[in-house]
Design a protein around this ligand. Structure first.
Ligand code: SF4
Length: 303
């Protein structure tokens, strides 16, 4: 008779945690690999400058890119860059120690943008737009100096969605945050390999990997109130209507210009009939599927 060997509960729990952590790592690698492939973000011979702020997302980005580099059939280089903006109490030794231990090429750029921002922006006004403009210019210059042709940023799916709704609600534009785009100076390719990754996954990954997180409020600036509202709205949706946020996100990749109203995107003014049936043509009097909400789904305007 076979003896039944009981695994202690704590051992089983540890195995489950290890299994979940491994699944999370695999999911991150898969989603980042998929985004890189879909948008052709990284090519053979590229030098990718990974911007590292010390926040969970940029640590996760660097970590996953390093894993993918090991497995990739192409060769690309990675250089991690942190901009030390001389904010009060910035723990300047954390990133160099972490990156040295990791064995990745890195550069710390020391530029006191904090004092510039404090000097130029009156007390109580928001400092982020000048700060980001200064940071952008510095990072472009550093990319040139390091010979990096790609600049990778740690924005994830939720950042993209929040930006999309911010632009729609407060800017009157249908505009998100691009997964890949040429920088505004026309010289660099900016990529966001975490574009398909949910924030809850980078949060958990940071805990699993015990990244030495540097707090992001050292500058004393409050988080943008409008972004906070959007974040809360998305969180609420996810709780009450699971799947809605994912559906909105996937709609960003399935745009039908003829069914929007941007005359620059679709030639409404010169439109002619051609007698050829087109499934994307107007279905005139047919009811759109979303005009009859499924049971339990409350129309947006009623909420
Ligand atoms: S939160 Fe602080 S460091 Fe970040 S962009 Fe705004 S002013 Fe700059």
């Amino acid at each position: 008779m076979n003896a039944v060997i009981d695994t202690p509960v704590s051992e089983k729990a540890a195995e489950k945690v290890a299994y979940e952590n491994n699944k999370l790592h695999k999911r991150l690698c898969r989603l980042v690999g998929q985004a890189i492939g879909d948008f052709n973000m990284i090519e053979d011979g590229d030098k990718v400058m990974v911007c590292l702020s010390g926040g969970k997302d940029s640590y996760a980005l660097l970590d996953i890119l390093m894993t993918l580099r090991e497995r990739a059939p192409i060769h690309f280089d990675i250089v991690a860059v942190n901009l030390d903006q001389k904010q009060p109490n910035f723990p300047a030794d954390i990133l160099p120690a972490y990156l040295t231990e990791l064995g990745v090429a890195f550069h710390i750029e020391n530029q006191d943008t904090y004092s510039i921002v404090k000097r130029l922006i009156p007390e109580g006004k928001t400092t982020c737009s000048l700060c980001s403009r200064l940071r952008r210019g510095i990072l472009y210059r550093v990319a040139d100096e390091l010979g990096a042709n790609k600049i990778a940023l740690g924005h994830h799916r939720d950042d993209i969605l929040e930006t999309f709704f911010l632009n729609m609600f407060f800017g009157g534009k249908l505009k998100g945050m691009p997964a890949k785009l040429v920088s505004d100076d026309g010289k660099h390719m900016v990529i966001r390999p975490l574009a398909y990754v949910k924030e809850e996954d980078t949060t958990r990954y940071a805990e699993v990997k015990n990244f030495p997180i540097i707090p992001c409020d050292l500058c004393g600036s409050q988080e943008n109130l409008q972004r906070k509202q959007i974040k809360a709205m998305l969180r609420d949706w996810e709780k009450k209507h699971p799947g809605r946020v994912e559906s909105v996100f996937s709609s960003l990749s399935t745009v039908i210009p003829s069914h929007l109203m941007d005359r620059n995107l679709f030639g409404f003014t010169d439109l002619k009939t051609d007698g050829v049936a087109n499934p994307l043509g107007d279905i005139a009097f047919d009811e759109e599927p979303c005009s009859t909400p499924a049971a339990g789904v409350i129309p947006l305007q009623a909420q």
